[in-house]
Design a protein around this ligand. Sequence first.
Ligand code: ADP
Length: 545
Amino acid sequence: MEITPNYLKPIIYGEKDNASKKIFSKKLIYDNPKTELGKLEIHTNLTIIYNKLRNKILSVLISQAIKTFLVTIFMFFIINNLIIRHLASLDKQARNLDLDEDIETPVNLEKTIYGDELDGLQEAINVMHHQIIESYKEIKNNNEALEKEVERRTFLYKKAKLEAEDANKGKSAFLANMSHKLRTPLNSVILLSKLLSKNTSNNLTEDQLKQATIIHNAGNNLLELISDILDLSKIEAGKMNVQYDQLNLNETLNYIKKMFIPLTQKKGLNFEFELNGIDKAIIYQDQGKLNQIFKNLVSNAVKYTQEGTVKIELKRSNIEDYKYVFTISDTGVGINKDKFNKLFDSFYQVGILKENEMSGTGLGLNITKNLADLIQCKLSFDSERGSGSQFHIYIKDHAEDSSGLYNTHTSILSDIEENDNPLSDLEVMLIDDDERNIFSLSVVLEDSHAKVHSFQRARNALDKLEEGSVKPKIILLDLMMPEMTGKDFLAYVKEKNLSIPPVIMLTAVADTDTKDSCLSLGANGFITKPVDFSELRNEILKHLS
Ligand code: ADP
């Protein structure tokens, strides 16, 4: 503060420095006489106050920080001692709990001073542990029981599987056996009824001729059924192996043409081929199985078409992995869409033909599907009731390889007219232990004017050959015979280096091994029983020329 008349030196109260700020200034006037006594100026400077205040705050803060630090250390010590230490111990003990060890109080903490919530927690953990142990034991027991049950069931399952496999093997063996046994008498039925229906001696009435034809057709149907059942059992038993080789698509087409041209002509159907110039393509496939697939599908097309056309079309496939597609289409009765899903079931027949037209076994499509799967072909179809059907076979140009069994019943068709008589005066040695086979084959061969020397024992036939008292041009040799089998016969001839005419084996079942071993022993051809006479005649002529 400064009160300064103009002529006096200013009187200063307090300190005034450069940092002071003038905040008030007023002249002091005395009223009578009006005299200026001086000037009042007030200056302020808070620096000192600020400094004092800051020092004060700092000292307060530091003292508070020290207090807080000390309190915290103290609290930590207390909390650690009372809680954390126990919790850490609890954690450690809880982690080390072993469910397999049945301890009454697995968590055992040092007693806390106040017996507070931690003790409660420890007790709760021990109760929980006890309950967990109980549940664990129960689960363990259940697990053990379950494992035992699984073991028991696995054992039963394996046992059942083995039994089923045995039964399946038994079934297959039974079927193969039955098929063999059935084929032998069928051989006579088919051959002799065919001979009868030809009425060569012209002494049968019209009714008798009809009956002979019916017997012949029934025999063929039975043969088809037997072959189908045998095929099915082989497929089911996984025994139908495949034999791939290079083949020309044309071979299959020729096979189909030869087989079905006479049939379509007889029914008055057009039989058309649209091959788009790829019928000479070479593929790697199992010819026998492929032929059988075609045979089944084309025979259905012909069977279920009363008028119109059966057509085989060959194109390049537009499905990946498959190079070619054959479509067998017909203008026949067609199939209702609601029957589609059952069509490939075994023994399923739609049954829309008249009863007397109904033939077949209901196994054809099932076998066809299985065969197609086996040789890596894809089968699809479309059909509409009343508008015909189309079956497609998609074929790879190179199927994966494996080896297997020969097809046992595809018959090679004769391209020789039935009326030709190329067997006239041909000396045939027929060796078969079954009298019925000897009789029926002799009858049909003699009907073709061949001279038959028949033997029921291979040993006797060999004697005659060795003596030179019988000089056949061809030998028909049964495979399975008592004492000396067909194979024994061949082995003997080979060992003695005997010179004998071509040998055609007559077999009911020809698997690869048997066939190969017979061929290596010197057999020249194979005919499957029941013997199709035109096939036999073809085979004989093939080996005579
Ligand atoms: P089937 O021996 O009776 O011919 P498949 O298994 O070959 O037995 O055929 C099963 C059924 O499918 C046949 O009964 C027939 O009703 C029907 N079917 C098969 N192919 C044709 C077709 N091309 N046209 C009409 N129906 C067919």
